[in-house]
Ligand binder design. Sequence first.
Ligand code: KIV
Ligand code: ZN
Length: 506
Amino acid sequence: MSDDQVLIFDTTLRDGEQCPGASMTVAEKLRVAQALDALRVDVIEAGFPASSPGDFQAVEKIAATVKEATVCALSRAKPGDIEAAAAALSPARNRRIHTFISTSHLHMKHKLQMEPHAVLQAVADSVSHARNLCDDVEWSCEDGTRSDFDFLRRCFEAAIKAGARTVNIADTVGYTLPDEFYELVTRLRNTVPGMEKVRFSIHCHDDLGLATSNSLAAIRAGARQFECTVNGIGERAGNASLEEIVMAIYTRRDSLGVSTGVRTEGLTAISQLVSDITGFAVPPNKAVVGANAFAHESGIHQHGVLMNRGTYEIIDPETVGAGGSRLVMGKHSGRHALRARLDALGYVIGENKLQDIFARFKEIADEQKILDDEDIIALVETSEGAARARPILHNLQSEVSANGSARVRVEIARGSEISVASASAQSSFQAIADALAELLPGGQSLGAISIQNANGTNMPIVKASVSLHWPDGHRSIGQGASPDASVAFARGCLAAYTASRAPDKN
Ligand code: KIV
Ligand code: ZN
């Protein structure tokens, strides 16, 4: 693994689940663990086996199921905890014991009621006990950022000497500031003997809203693992959020110079999964995965995005699996966005008519915050000399058998009017063309098709170019695109159909 690779240690199922109201059943935890594995996080902290029989069972099940990631279990610096972690992890392909103890005076005195020398001894003992049961051991200092530097340094040294492979500093109460954290990580990396042999990790909480900034500062200072949770769920104000740090590293790789192994296009889906399971709604303005992360309402922004997405978006929504930018039609929206929305809905509308529709749109938007597609269709179809919509693909279902023959059901929409046809043929493309021929008058037949996979994106997009032959001998060509080849083809057919016919202008 290169020095530029930062590992992701996800603790949604342990620290994330610790927040009030977020508890998950074993089956739910398993679903999240599988999704995290598919996302390609490096380490999944599955739970704290000594804390309850349910947690033990969840860790054991996850350990038996996860295929790629290292499965990790938490333990205090106590032999019984460490043994429970090792036992629960035994089915895992790759496993890690994560043992921790507090190192701040406040915690040592009031929580542990231990003298510093006893804590130092516990660091060495817990790590070596864990190492006897598991090759991969991580040691963490709880409340590390409020600890005396010299004592902290000695604890790190003891953990490394006892065999920890990863050493982690926790900003348990989200107290540190980015410049302080940068300094602390740098000092520890420069002064603790043996540091060059281990991976330096950080674990930030968001009490001051600084978890992402602190994590990035530590990565700049050389940390090569960050601990995080999906949607930033966790104790109190939460943990550092996985999607924010991953996308900051991805978007600002020019400045940070590091990368992660995450399949970024799965970020939106896993955020929704965790939100559905925990019942914790994702705020609309949440960075990267919030419903408004790629939504634009103001006319100026909408016009900018229509001209060039980069004017107001630094992340391509496809990169995080968010589908696309969304132009929300509301009172701040402009004519360009309305025209683009009408176009996507299949309406071909002249300038004068657009003027009328836009005036009515503004009146309604003043009272009703947002106009959805149905509102806009109603607006067009109730306007004087209603525009006739061109056909757009509304739904496509297909069943393909092993020999390639297919049965399809195609729905097309023209404004609010939906029509449906089914067809069977030797290939799904032919079946789609037959069904469309039934829905679209004119006697056209399928000509050449060319299908291409667009390269260079995380999510492969199929592009179809379709030509149609018309009874009078002319040909028309249209293009369609979609992650699915049949949908791309159907869109290509409809575009070719529209291209051949004089648009129903109003
Ligand atoms: O916040 C914290 O200190 C923790 C430790 C167990 C790493 O979650
Ligand atoms: Zn924590």
